[in-house]
Ligand binder design. Structure first.
Ligand code: PPS
Length: 308
């Protein structure tokens, strides 16, 4: 069924509403399966890819999938969309219509036959299931500067019918500053994971801006963290495959196979840039955001680049 008709069918259900879940703004699609999420049986070699939404999850997921399986299982990249290769742990969207169901994250992860399993999460660090800590799993956290992150999230909420209605840009940045976006405040998310890294050594903390600046160098950091030996040639070939334009054109990476997203409103692979916030923030919005940012981040040593 075409996307437009499918979305119309969903209309009576409407967009999900935010509610407080253990101190974090959430929607039911990420809490309905909570018991199974909390009790998820992690394995020691699982690799968790954790981010605040829109920080570069898909990019790093594709890089890791290629690093691990690109050589031995090349058909994987051409037949399975990234959300099946790298299950989204906490997602549980019920069947939308007869033709369309989205995989339940924990079920998909349980069915994965790869070793290691690559698993995606947007959970703030305090909500990560205990199994991952008990098994001492390796985790790759990707953070993106707040301004570009907010812009990307705004457009995502516009086009994704299973996200809350974002409203206009001005009201959206207010919500973003208040932490009234799904998965709660960006500020707590990035600092929470940053602090955890000080005591849990199996976290690699990466920045979207660094990936844009030098993808090859960041891939080397990933390989060294994961103990992967790859040749410069292999890394170069992977780097080519995960460039923005290549991923945008690749139906197995660009989310075009997900029926709840309306690409006529905005594509999933939108711009892929550092500094697009300048096309959205007015001078007044920027000043207010900066002032609020200073307050919220004053106790953290984390530093972001809003341009490169
Ligand atoms: S999600 O829904 O949370 O999993 O989204 P996520 O993948 O974290 O973030 C989507 C944004 O990342 C950009 N992106 C990339 N940028 C540069 N290069 C590559 N290869 C790449 N892949 C994804 C994507 O375009 C979204 O950012 P915006 O700013 O909206 O374009």
């Amino acid at each position: 069924m075409p996307v437009a008709e499918r979305l119309q069918e969903m209309e009576p259900k409407g967009r999900p509403k935010l509610f407080d879940f253990q101190g974090v703004s959430m929607i039911n699609y990420f809490t309905d399966n909570w018991e199974k999420v909390q009790d998820f049986h992690a394995r020691p070699d699982d690799i968790l890819i954790a981010t605040y939404p829109k920080a570069g999850t898909t990019w790093v997921s594709c890089i890791l999938d290629l690093l691990y399986f690109g050589k031995d299982m090349p058909e994987r990249q051409t037949t399975l969309p990234i959300y099946e290769r790298v299950p989204f742990l906490e997602i549980a969207v019920p069947q939308i219509d007869k033709a369309c169901s989205l995989p339940i994250g924990t079920e998909l992860a349980d069915q994965l036959s790869t070793s290691p399993r690559l698993i995606k999460t947007h959970l703030p660090v305090q909500l990560v299931p205990k199994g991952f800590w008990e098994q001492n799993c390796r985790m790759v956290y990707v953070a993106r500067n707040a301004k570009d992150n907010a812009v990307s999230y705004f457009h995502f909420d516009r086009m994704n019918m299973v996200q809350p209605e974002p409203g206009d840009w001005n009201s959206y940045i207010e919500k973003f500053m208040e932490g009234k976006t799904v998965f709660g405040p960006w500020y707590d998310h990035v600092t929470g994971w940053w602090e955890k890294k000080q005591t849990y050594s199996n976290i690699l903390y990466m920045f979207y801006e660094d990936l844009i600046e030098d993808t090859g160098r960041e891939m080397e950091r990933l390989c060294s963290f994961l103990g992967l030996s790859t040749t410069a040639e292999e890394r170069e070939s992977i780097r080519g495959g995960v460039q923005f334009d290549a991923m945008k054109a690749n139906p197995m990476a660009n989310y075009s196979t997900i029926p709840v997203m309306d690409f006529k409103i905005s594509p999933f692979m939108r711009k892929g840039k550092v500094g697009d916030w300048k096309n959205h923030f007015t001078v007044a919005q920027n000043e207010k955001f900066d002032e609020h940012y200073k307050q919220r981040m004053k106790n953290s040593s984390l530093a972001f680049r809003t341009e490169i």
